[in-house]
Design a protein around this ligand. Structure first.
Ligand SMILES: C[S@@+](CC[C@H](N)C(=O)[O-])C[C@H]1O[C@@H](n2cnc3c(N)ncnc32)[C@H](O)[C@@H]1O
Length: 277
């Protein structure tokens, strides 16, 4: 594999930041070499400079997608940080459904898994809802998933997982209830996939949204951004919530400088969250 020079590394980190908001510091040189190096080899280029020139020339737009797919970290698993799913079952789903009376009674509760990766978070949400209210959840709850990587989003919408992937967090009783066996592993049943829709979105450049959400989960993604980009992210997510709606972040993430629109709620054991004012 061709080693990356200092100048190429600096330019690459700039390009990745422009495309995704992800900040790569000097310790992440290996990340570029191991993830982008194979692309340099595949295109039979002699160095990273030639790849940068190709991307900048704009002649191959698919190359940007390849770089985004390669550089994003898609680690996820079913029922990750389980306090969030308890919070949904015990507080947020009952609250949202109680609020749907009169003319709003036919509107589904809307949940957004922002940065959904390969979909485990979305299907864990759908299963939590089905376990709580039964099959009526398919009409009363709508789950949107988005990610910046087209490749990972395609995997999410397929809803197919290996044995190894279901072993990471999916209890055996729920696996047999909500998945069918396939030659390569397991696939989420159709009525769960029908509750879910998928859209490509860069969370740092959100355009006008189709809906306002009751709940947004944006977990384990802000850690890759700069402090200034985190503020942009959380402010724009807050604007996508209905008043009183909930933003759930990862257990190592914190929302700062958004006090005028989000208030922290920390009275639920095992999961704090933020409520749209
Ligand atoms: C570590 S995964 C987290 C998945 C899931 N939320 C969880 O907590 O298990 C981070 C995801 O964020 C996505 N991502 C990174 N930058 C993004 C951006 N600017 N906009 C949208 N998604 C982004 C990546 O493609 C990746 O799938």
């Amino acid at each position: 594999m061709v080693p990356i020079t200092d100048a190429e590394f600096v330019e690459f980190t700039r390009l990745v930041n422009q495309l995704t908001g992800i900040v790569l510091d000097d310790t992440k040189r290996y990340l570029i070499e191991t993830r982008i190096g194979p692309l340099v080899d595949e295109l039979k280029l002699s160095n990273y400079r030639s790849l940068l020139d190709l991307v900048k020339s704009g002649g191959k737009p698919a190359l940007q997608e390849r770089i985004i797919d390669a550089i994003t970290t898609n680690e996820t698993f079913f029922f990750r940080e389980p306090g969030a799913f308890d919070l949904l079952r015990r507080r947020l789903i009952p609250k949202a459904l109680d609020e749907r009376t009169g003319s709003r009674s036919r509107e589904p509760m809307r949940i957004w898994s922002a940065a959904c990766s390969s979909g485990q978070e979305m299907y864990s949400l759908a299963i939590s809802a089905l376990e709580l209210i039964g099959t009526i959840a398919t009409e009363r709850i709508a789950i949107d998933g988005s990610d910046i990587s087209e490749q990972i989003l395609a995997r999410a919408s397929l809803g197919a997982y290996s044995q190894f992937e279901v072993n990471r967090g999916m209890p055996a009783n729920l696996l047999s209830k909500y998945f069918t066996a396939t030659p390569t592993g397991f696939r989420v049943v159709d009525h769960i996939r029908a509750m879910c829709s998928f859209n490509k979105a860069n969370l740092l450049r959100l355009g006008p949204m189709m809906h306002r959400y009751d709940v947004i989960l944006c977990r384990n993604v802000s850690i890759y951004f700069s402090p200034a980009e985190r503020i942009v992210l959380f402010r724009s997510l807050a604007n996508c919530l209905i008043p009183g709606g909930a933003l759930i972040v990862g257990s190592t993430e914190q929302v700062r400088d958004c006090e005028s629109i989000l208030r922290m709620v920390n009275d639920f054991p095992g999961c704090y969250y933020y409520q749209r004012i």
